[in-house]
Ligand binder design. Sequence first.
Ligand code: ADP
Ligand code: MG
Ligand code: MG
Length: 630
Amino acid sequence: MGLLSQGSPLNWTETRKYADHVRKHGILQFLNIYNKVKDRQKDVLKWGDEVEYMLVQLDKKNEKACLVLNGNKLLETLQEKGENVNPNHPTLWRPEYGSYMIEGTPGQPYGETLSEFNTVEDNMGKRRKEASSVLNKDETLCTITSFPRLGCPGFTKPEYRPAPVEKGVSRSLFFPDQAINKHPRFSTITRNVFHRRGERVVINVPIFKDKNTPTPFVETFPEDDGGAVRAALPDHIYMDASGFGMGNCCLQVTFQACNIGEARYLYDQLATFCPIMMALSAASPFYRGYVSDIDCRWGVNSASADDRTREERGLEPLKNNKFRIHKSRFDSIDSYLSFFGDKYNDIELTKDDDIYSQLLDAGIDRLLAQHIAHLFIRDPLSLFEETLHLDDEDETEHFENLQSTNWQTMRFKPPHPNTDMGWRVEFRPMEVQLTDFENAAYVVFVVLLTRVILSYKLDFLIPLSKVDENIKVAQKRNAVQEDLFYFRRDIFKGCTPSFDSTAAQNGVGTNEDHEEYTLMSIDTIINGKEGVFPGIVPILNCYLENMEVDVKTRCTILNYLKLIKKRASGELMTMARWMREFVAKHPEYKKDSVITDKINYDLLSKCDRIAKGEEQCPELIGDPASTTRP
Ligand code: ADP
Ligand code: MG
Ligand code: MG
């Protein structure tokens, strides 16, 4: 979840007063970082994954699965047993938004040797075992993206009733404040999203219309003060709290590049893969106890963090606000960062013009300046009294404050000065998978992708507006099988990246080429199609053939690529599709789009057995003999 300051949180009225102060010093801090590290060269490839987990109780007697609001205690225990006593401990644990959530990463980032690919799944396994070993007998740690009955009566343990009251944090009809992590950052962000926006967040997800689903599907909300009935759309599942999005789990990967130019190049290239990997990792078809018509969490998260006012959303003329803002602060990126990407920047970019000029005057180039000036159109969402006044030479907290509350598909991360960290980019669109095998496969696939992008100087850039169209398509039900995505045809003929920025600035053509991209299926993109596209997996195989890899690692990687290949071709199901089929076949399912407690319990119990390797699931994961699991 990024930056975690401790202290006394300011309320919204005070936070707003300091918004310009935070922006002003945030920019000074960015400039100080930039000037210190802009010429850093030859950093080695390092990378690491982040996996988010939910703490679930499987109550056998009552056949009910609940989220256990004990993440903080679990975190404390794991840190006490791990990193606090051993600086080389193989795992690190961090808090996450839900008080039923926790995030795990490897103890150290991985390096550039390919044999490390063989340790990723093992490390994920260690995390799962380590956490499981300190849980109560009926509790388990699940890697599921969205809890199917999140926000349904009694979905937490202990049970709390939501309190849609004046002094509440979310004021939700469904999501009790106790399900938000007690760390003040999380409730402060939630509260300030509410206050800044001026009303509860509104999340409407289309319901999946089954044979017996009422038409129109319209709910009544007994405790509603009038807000829900106004906000809820017919034929949609309505949700009203940040927890419905920020309380979902995901899978992220961060890469360190050799210098800033390479980081900017990777940021742009990987941005084109966000929708593709989103669709391939689709794992969240159920919301608030209903079967929805979408497969991915992204839009839900986006709406759940949408702090824009009515003016900013274009519903009222601008009067008190400065900008009309097209997207939530949790959304896809709005500009490419490298000079190669410049000509494909075709989205209207809202930026703070004063900050933009200040950055240009300070010697920052146009593309980086507009990126930062775009992030800085936002207000801080949490601010602590103790850290208002900082030494801009040495501290970066105000910069990080805005940086870490722009939850975009990609994040460009400057080094922390005075550390050995280099320029990094974070890949953020993926949904978390059920097993360590799958999570390792997706992570390794993306890491390999960065290797071929850099080694073969591949170019996947298409107009950013087309990437945005792909993001919308990626979330549709069964998009992997049924939809087409804009993708670049010739990925070899593009630019020849030289990361010397002056050469790069001069070497860019501006001709519009309508033949550059076309619509392709994910199968074509990943597996290739004769005469149309070579396919990512064949390119990765070619790369691997030319690398020295030990047999064991090679075998592991092949199994990972096989999973991705088969998910892309449809031979294996996505998690979302598999969950849908499980529910559809459940004896208690009445074809009315309702996930009952019993269905939820059976689904999560099955998920748990598969994740622990106690049960096979060939339709989701493939031939068990070919996995690397023991
Ligand atoms: P976030 O702000 O997204 O929570 P973190 O700082 O927690 O990011 O780190 C995310 C990931 O970055 C972890 O998997 C970690 O292993 C990895 N990581 C740490 N140091 C580096 C580095 N120098 N280069 C690349 N990745 C790193
Ligand atoms: Mg993290
Ligand atoms: Mg992260």
